[in-house]
Design a protein around this ligand. Structure first.
Ligand SMILES: Cc1cc2nc3c(=O)[nH]c(=O)nc-3n(C[C@H](O)[C@H](O)[C@H](O)COP(=O)(O)OP(=O)(O)OC[C@H]3O[C@@H](n4cnc5c(N)ncnc54)[C@H](O)[C@@H]3O)c2cc1C
Ligand SMILES: Cc1cc2nc3c(=O)[nH]c(=O)nc-3n(C[C@H](O)[C@H](O)[C@H](O)COP(=O)(O)O)c2cc1C
Length: 554
C-alpha cells in the first residue's frame, strides 16, 4: 500500500476534470467531486477549459470525465486542453496516476473518441493508469457506476483517507442540486408564437420555422448556440403501448426525477418509449424467454444488435410477443429518460428581442410496415398548438461563433436545416453593422419548393450585405448538384477569401454532407493553393486550431 501521497491534513487530493458540451459529463464530474469530498478527499472539480489553473505535473491523482463531439472530437470546453496535451509543449506527467471515464454514443463511428484519446495520451506522457478506462454509451448510469466503484476501490488502496467517520457518507443518496435560473435541469416553459412550413406542397421535405417567446425567462443566447427542447411523446403511441403492456395508465409511478405521477403522464413526458436500449431488451428477452433476443445482447453481437435496432421501436417487441406484460413500476424501471433534443438557433436576439427561432425538419419514415414519427420534431410540428408551452434551455456552443472581428469575411455552408445558424449569423452581423464580407452556400431539393427564408436571403444579396450566394438545387436538373460541387466550382475564389483570413463554417448533416464538404475544402486548398495533399491537410488543421474552421454538424 502506498500512503506517501497523503498530505499532513489527511486529505489526499484527487483532481476531477471534465470535458462536456451539453452538461452530462460536467454533472457527473461534479457528483464524483462531491462523493470524493464526502469520502474525505480534497477533490477540486476543474473545467478542462481552465486546465491552466491546475499543474498536472504536481498532482498525484486525476479523474478525467469527458464526452466526445463532432466526429470523435473533444467537446468545445476541452479543445484547448486537448491541443495542449497533443502539442510539443505538453509536460511529462510521471507523478500522475489517472483514470478516464468517456461518454459517447454507440451510433457514432468514433465511439468515445475523446475518452480513448485522453487515456492514450496521459499514458504517453508518463502517467500511470490506476483504474481502467470505461466507455459509456448514452445510457451511462450503469457503466459509470461500475467505473466509480473500480476507481474508489483503487484509491482506497493507493491513497486511503484518514478522516474518521467520512467513509459512510459514500453510501448516502446525493441531493440533486438544481441550479438557480432556467437551465437544462430547470427548463423554461416557452410559448410558441409562430409555426410555419418552409417547404411548398409536393416537396419531398417538411421543414418548419418556429418562434418561441423567452419573455420573462431571463434567458439569453448568442448566435451559434443551440436550444435544448424537452419533447413530449405521441399520446396515440402511449395509448397503444399501454394496451400492449396491460396497464390502464392511471397507475402511480415515479418519474426519473422521483416525482409521483400517473403512468400515462410519465410515458408522455418523462420516459423514452421509442428506441430500444440494451437494458430494456435484456429485461424483455428474459420475460419473453427468447433465445435470439438474448443472443443479440452478447458483447460480440454488438454490431448485429445495432443493426437489429434500426427501424424498430419498443412497441414492435410487444406486438411480436403479446404474452409479455409489465406492471407499471416494472415498466418505468427499464425505460430510459426522455432526453431533450438540440436545435441550432436561427435568430439573433439583437433582431428579435425575447425570442428564439428554430428551423426543424419533421422526421417521419416507414419501417417494418409502420409509420414512425420522430419524437421532438413531430411534437413541434404536429402536437404543439400556438400559445402552448414547451420546456427549453440554452445550450451554449463556444466553438461555433462568427468572427469576433466584424471586418473578417465568413463563408457559410448550410444546406437543409444547416441554414439555421447562418440566418442567425447574418441577422447578428447586420444588427451590429459588421463590414466583413459574407458568402452563403445553401442547398435543398427544389428551388421552387425548398428555398428556406428566400425573401430574406435574396434581399440581403440584392443589398450587397450578402456578398455572394450560391444555391445547390439537387433535383432541379438531370445530375444531382450539392453544396460540395459548388465549393469545387468556386474553389479559386474561396481560396482567395481563405488567404484573406475568412472563417469557414459548416452546419447540417454529419453523416454525409459534412464529410463531402470537408473533402471539397481539402481539394480546393490543394488545387488553388498549389499544395500537396499533406500540406492541404496541415492547412486545414491550422484553420481548426485558429478557430477559422468551425462546424455544427449532427
Ligand atoms: C447540435 C445539434 C443541432 C441540431 N440542429 C438541428 C436543427 O437546426 N434542425 C433540425 O431539424 N434538427 C437539428 N438537430 C437534430 C435534432 O436534435 C433531432 O435529432 C431531430 O429533430 C430528430 O429528433 P426527433 O426527436 O424528431 O427524432 P427521434 O425520435 O430522435 O428519431 C430520430 C431517429 O429515428 C431514426 N430514423 C430517422 N429516420 C429514419 C429512417 N428513414 N429509417 C430508419 N430510422 C430512421 C434514427 O434512428 C434517428 O436517430 C440538431 C442536433 C444537434 C445535436
Ligand atoms: C452533434 C453530436 C456529436 C456527437 N459525436 C459523438 C462522437 O463522435 N462519438 C461519440 O461517442 N459520441 C458522440 N456524441 C454523443 C455525446 O458524446 C453524448 O451525447 C454525451 O453523453 C454528451 O455528453 P456531454 O453532455 O457531457 O457533452 C455526439 C453527440 C452530438 C449531439
Amino acid at each position: 500500500m502506498n500512503t506517501e501521497s497523503l498530505p499532513e491534513n489527511g486529505h489526499a487530493r484527487v483532481v476531477v476534470m471534465f470535458g462536456s458540451q451539453s452538461g452530462t459529463a460536467e454533472e457527473l464530474a461534479k457528483n464524483f467531486g462531491r462523493k470524493l469530498a464526502a469520502l474525505g478527499y480534497e477533490a477540486p472539480v476543474v473545467d478542462m477549459a481552465k486546465f491552466r489553473e491546475v499543474d498536472l505535473t504536481r498532482e498525484k491523482y486525476l479523474l478525467a470525465v469527458s464526452s466526445t463531439w463532432g466526429e470523435g472530437e473533444p467537446p468545445d470546453n476541452a479543445v484547448d486542453f486537448w491541443n495542449h496535451l497533443e502539442s510539443a509543449e505538453a509536460p511529462r506527467l510521471e507523478n500522475l496516476s489517472f483514470s478516464v471515464l468517456g461518454l459517447g454514443d454507440t451510433d457514432y463511428k468514433i465511439f468515445c473518441g475523446m475518452g480513448k484519446n485522453l487515456d492514450r495520451r496521459f499514458e504517453e506522457l508518463g502517467a500511470r493508469r490506476f483504474a481502467p478506462r470505461t466507455d459509456c454509451p448514452l445510457e451511462f448510469e450503469e457503466p459509470a457506476q461500475a467505473w466509480w466503484s473500480s476507481v474508489t476501490g483503487a484509491l482506497h488502496q493507493l491513497a486511503p483517507v484518514q478522516v474518521p467517520g467520512t467513509v459512510a457518507a459514500a453510501g448516502e443518496k446525493e441531493e440533486e442540486e438544481v441550479p438557480a435560473g432556467y437551465s437544462k435541469k430547470n427548463p423554461f416553459p416557452a410559448s410558441l408564437l409562430v409555426q410555419k412550413r418552409l417547404c411548398g406542397p409536393g416537396s419531398p421535405k417538411d421543414t418548419r420555422h418556429l418562434e418561441f417567446s423567452l419573455a420573462g425567462s431571463g434567458l439569453s443566447y448568442e448566435v451559434g448556440d443551440s436550444l435544448g427542447l424537452v419533447p413530449r411523446n405521441d399520446p396515440a403511441l402511449v395509448e397503444e403501448l399501454l394496451q400492449c403492456v396491460g396497464c390502464s395508465g392511471e397507475e402511480s409511478v415515479l418519474t426519473p426525477e422521483n416525482r409521483e405521477t400517473s403512468l400515462r403522464a410519465a410515458l408522455i413526458g418523462s420516459y423514452s418509449i421509442t428506441g430500444i436500449s440494451r437494458k430494456f431488451l435484456k429485461d424483455f428477452a428474459d420475460r419473453a424467454k427468447d433465445f435470439y433476443l438474448k443472443h443479440l445482447l452478447l458483447p460480440e453481437m454488438n454490431k448485429d444488435f445495432q443493426a437489429w435496432c434500426e427501424g424498430r421501436e419498443i412497441v414492435d417487441l410487444f406486438l411480436a410477443f403479446p404474452q409479455v406484460k409489465y406492471a407499471a413500476e416494472e415498466l418505468v424501471a427499464v425505460l430510459g429518460k426522455l432526453n431533450p433534443r438540440l436545435y441550432s438557433i436561427s435568430s439573433s436576439l439583437k433582431k428579435h428581442p425575447d425570442q428564439v427561432h428554430l428551423t426543424v425538419a419533421r422526421v417521419e419514415y416507414e419501417s417494418r410496415g409502420r409509420r414512425r414519427l420522430g419524437v421532438a420534431s413531430t411534437f413541434l410540428a404536429d402536437r404543439l398548438p400556438d400559445g402552448d408551452t414547451a420546456g427549453v434551455f440554452v445550450q451554449a456552443a463556444k466553438g461555433f461563433k462568427p468572427p469576433t472581428d466584424p471586418a473578417v469575411p465568413m463563408i457559410m455552408v448550410g444546406p437543409g436545416t444547416g441554414i439555421a445558424p447562418f440566418r442567425a449569423f447574418l441577422e447578428e452581423r447586420e444588427a451590429v453593422g459588421a463590414t466583413g464580407r459574407n458568402w452563403l452556400f445553401f442547398g435543398n431539393p427544389h428551388r421552387a419548393l425548398d428555398y428556406f427564408y428566400e425573401d430574406e436571403f435574396e434581399a440581403y444579396h440584392a443589398s450587397g450585405f450578402l456578398t455572394r450566394l450560391d444555391l445547390a438545387w439537387s433535383r432541379d436538373q438531370g445530375e444531382k448538384v450539392y453544396v460540395q460541387h459548388l465549393l469545387a466550382r468556386q474553389g479559386r475564389d474561396i481560396w482567395a477569401w481563405l488567404e484573406e483570413g475568412a472563417h469557414f463554417y459548416v452546419c447540417g448533416d454529419a453523416s454525409k454532407m459534412a464529410k463531402d464538404v470537408d473533402d471539397a475544402l481539402h481539394e480546393l486548398i490543394a488545387t488553388h493553393g498549389g499544395m500537396s495533399t499533406d500540406d492541404a491537410a496541415n492547412y486545414v488543421k491550422q484553420m481548426k486550431k485558429d478557430k477559422r474552421y468551425q462546424r455544427d454538424v449532427y
